[in-house]
Each structure stands twice: as C-alpha cells, then as structure tokens.
Design a protein around this ligand. Sequence first.
Ligand code: MG
Length: 373
Amino acid sequence: MLADYAVRVEQSRGRRYPEPQHPYRNDFQRDRDRVIHSRAFRRLEAKTQVFTRRYSDHFRNRLTHTLEVAQIARTIAGQLKLNVDLVEALALVHDVGHPPFGHAGEKALDAAMREHGYFFDHNLHALRIVEDFELRYAAFRGLNLTFEVREGIIKHSHDYNPHEFPELAEYLLDQRPPLEAQLIDLADEIAYSAADLDDGYESRLLALEEIRSALPGFDRSYREADKTWPAAIEKLKFNEALKRMLDRFVGDLIRNTQGSICQAQVHSVADVRQRGERLVSFSPQVEAERRRTKDFLYSRLYYSSALDSEKTHGEKVITELFQLWLAKPDLLPASYREKSEQEPLPRVICDYIAGMTDNYIYSQYEKYLAQKS
Ligand code: MG
C-alpha cells in the first residue's frame, strides 16, 4: 500500500519515553488521537483564523481550518501512497502553537518578546506544548509523541538553521523532512486560500468582480460554472468555481510531486531526507496562480482596512497584558509564578498568553485593564 519513499510506522524512531504497543492502534494513529484529545487542540475553536466571531458563526476558526487542512492533506497523501496516519497527525497538530488573534497576535507577541532579546515562533511553541505543557499522563509531561510527529511540527513549513538552533539538533535540521511533513505546508496554503476567498466573499469584503479580475484562474472556472448552470444563483456559481480551483491546486500538487519523485529517483525516506530541496511542490503554472491568490488575499483581505481595527485592538490587548504581568508577576497564576523561578519571566508570560483563546485573553483584559483605557 505504501510507496517505498513513505514513512513506515514500524521504522519510527519512537517516543521519548518508551510505551507498550496498543492492541489495535499504531503509533501514528495514537499520536493523532493524542492531539485530538489535547487541550491545545480544543482551544483552536476559540482562536481567530482570519475573521473574528463578530462576522459570522460559520466562518472558519482555527479548528475548522485545521480540519480542512487534514482533509486535503489526507487526500494528497493517499494519492502519493504516503503514510496517511502520520499526515493526519501532522495536519491536526500544525496550528496548535498559534496565539490568540491570528497573525496580529503572533506579531504582537513576537514584538513584546524581542524587547527582551527573545522571539516568538509558533512552530517552536507547538513543540513546547506537546513536549511540556500538556499534562495528561502520570508517567511524563507532554504527549510523548513519536519522533516523526515532533520533527514534522518543527520542520513542516520551513527549515531551521542548525547553528542557530542547537537545542533542536535531534531533529536532523541539516536534512529535509519526510514527504508526509513537506505536504502539510502546501495543504495549509490550499486550504486557507480557498477558505479565505469563500469567507471574504460571504463577508462582502471581497466582491465577486474583484476576485474574478484579480485571479484569471478563478475567473476561468467561474465562466465554466456560469456556462453549465446559467440560472444558478451567484453564490452557487462562486462555490463551483472555488471547488474547481481547489481541485486544480490539489490535483496539480499530486501530479507535480509524483513527477519530482520520479525524476529525483527517490526510493526511500533516506533519499527524501538527503535531497537539497523539498520534493512536494506545484507546477510553475499553478505555483504562479497560488502566489497570485495569496498576494491578492494579503492585500485585499488580511491587510484590508476593514479588518484593521480588530487587529490593532488584538495587538493592544496582548501588548498591554504582557507589560502588566511583567511589571506585576504576582498577578500570574501560581503555576506560572513557579515556572518563572526556572525560566525567564518574558518566556513564561509569552507561554501563558500564547496558550489563551481569544475569549480568555479578552476576559483577562477586562479584568485588569479595560476600565483604565
Ligand atoms: Mg494553518
């Protein structure tokens, strides 16, 4: 069933703390299930992806986005005969390190940390969550995930310089990750490109004509849908066009990656690891369409003035609470006060904030700071 270049669960480098085998779930299936049962995963429901709850209850949040990434990633992995269990675990865990308020929150937290000589990185934070912060087992801290899942958490979206991150040496930073991890980043891009066009259109921040004139690929699909169902309402033709775009991205990624694998004569995970470049990629034509879609979403949606006031408020909430706890660490919960005896206070505050949902950080802001502003 699996291709020769797929990761095999029997060859896993295993867990930090050895555990007996489960009678009917393999190690990657168990890792997937551990992620689903984690607190960080449940909190994704109340974390902003792009739109806050103010817009609609059916727009994507970070949890539904995660499920869409998992669906797309499973499809791609199945076609490439990769390890679907590993891919699913990686997709479900890929965003658990995100702080409240989406990218605005990440930016604010990173800026607050940089003032003290540190930084915030959501992949590294996700690793800390699964290694340390999740407390579910009597025998060890964290979720005790397999090496391959921890490696994928770190390396799915980009490579880390081994000289800059000696503490991550065990994750083979000088090697590419397996294809199962490589595909997560592009499944993520496919998922949010389609989803954000959809929610952007429904929120009326993006007009159909604007999308069609900026994205020729989408326009072509829309014209096809219009020709097939001339009497259908606009939203349904929009859905059909979006579905075709999604299919085009996924199909192209599968075919182009199959071609690269063939051309590179890759026959094992070791071959994949030794390559200088990542093998999961789009064709130049669809890569250009993806790039165009992403640029359009950045300029017309993510950085649009319509979303500005909420982003600015989110940044303010994070920045002010960070400063408050730094000045008055006594206001932190006891467990974080204890931690600050072993770790620098800015890091402890950063971990505390990054774990919060949008709702919870707002309640903290109300409690301590809202009256004063
Ligand atoms: Mg994501």
